[in-house]
Design a protein around this ligand. Structure first.
Ligand code: GDP
Length: 303
């Protein structure tokens, strides 16, 4: 229910505007499409996606098409464009192995919150979860994680941290991986510093962590999540592009979808970078994280 509400809120203007549009224009002519493009742009799906959808619809829609059929066709178009490109895979978690997920993202986007929510999601299913506090750069990052674990995760997950600030994050990852392997954890969640200002350093840092992990498991890390704040609109897309140039992001965690976001950013990122949104943050509480369901999302955009 909370998900539906979040999507409805995020797209309210979209559905209302379409209703208004089809009332205003008796025929679905050029003027109608021009205004439709403005409506779609407001959803944050990005100008490229808007033009693709609009151009494709212009070919399919007759000027006498009903609002109902129009909406159905629009949903279909968005769906098809979303599913273009690489096949979208669910979260790469498997039982009976040590799963390794890394989380990156700019400060303030909701990285710590999301990481804690992911930890909670698996801990609640009885999985043994270890968090590696490898963001040794930001003052307070470790304390924030500790606070989440003790207050909201009821100490259901474990944490491994460095001994001092600015410690080589790779050494934290090394210790964490050893512990996770020896003590048969199901999931190792690695929090990393999302220092975009210093891309070269970030790249080197990530590369070092990869090497440590891949020595043990060639297929790990199994997910590299990038946290993006949905309320930042097209800035989120720019951020995603920057990070994607540094590391191979496997999925987006789109936070604050319960806020004033327009939500279309999921489409823009998929369209421009071919990275799917895998998780959606819909609040500040520990359970406010859901797996992204494209059917629900697209349907939500138009009701
Ligand atoms: P970090 O600096 O990226 O680690 O960001 P934090 O995890 O500390 O989150 C920054 C702020 O965003 C905090 O106030 C969080 O409660 C809030 N936040 C994170 N995710 C969500 C979300 O999905 N919805 C809402 N409403 N707030 C969120």
């Amino acid at each position: 229910q909370k998900v539906e509400k979040a999507i409805a809120n995020s797209s309210l203007s979209f559905s209302k505007d379409i209703k208004k549009l089809s009332k205003k224009y008796k025929k679905m002519d050029d003027d109608f499409f021009e205004e439709l493009e403005e409506v779609l742009i407001k959803t944050d799906m990005g100008i490229k996606m808007v033009l693709k959808i609009s151009n494709s619809l212009r070919k399919k829609i007759k000027s006498t098409t009903s609002e109902e059929v129009f909406k159905e066709t629009l949903v279909e178009e968005i769906y098809n464009f979303y599913n273009e490109g690489k096949k979208i895979k669910p979260i790469n978690f498997e039982d009976n192995r040590l799963n390794v997920f890394m989380v990156i993202g700019v400060n303030g986007t909701g990285k710590t919150t999301s990481l804690s929510k992911i930890a909670n999601f698996y801990a609640k299913q009885g999985k043994k979860v270890l968090i590696a506090a490898a963001d040794t750069f930001r003052a307070g990052a470790v304390e924030q994680l500790e606070e989440w674990i003790s207050t909201r995760l009821n100490n259901k997950v474990d944490l491994i941290k460095g001994l001092k600030q600015n410690q080589d994050p790779a050494s934290v990852v090394y210790d964490a991986y050893e512990k996770a392997k020896n003590e048969k954890y199901d999931l190792l969640l690695i929090d990393t510093a999302g220092r975009l200002q210093n891309k070269v350093n970030l790249m080197k840092e990530l590369e070092k962590m990869y090497q440590i992990i891949r020595q043990e498991d060639r297929k790990a890390p199994h997910e590299l999540f990038l946290v993006i704040d949905a309320t930042t609109g097209q800035n989120g897309v720019i951020q995603a592009k920057e990070f994607d140039g540094v590391a191979e992001v496997s999925g987006i965690v789109l936070t604050k979808m319960d806020g004033t976001s327009k939500g279309g950013i999921a489409l823009a990122i998929k369209d421009e970078l071919d990275i799917p949104v895998k998780l959606v943050g819909i609040g500040e509480q520990v359970d406010d994280l859901v797996q992204f369901d494209v059917d629900q999302y697209i349907y939500g955009l138009t009701v």
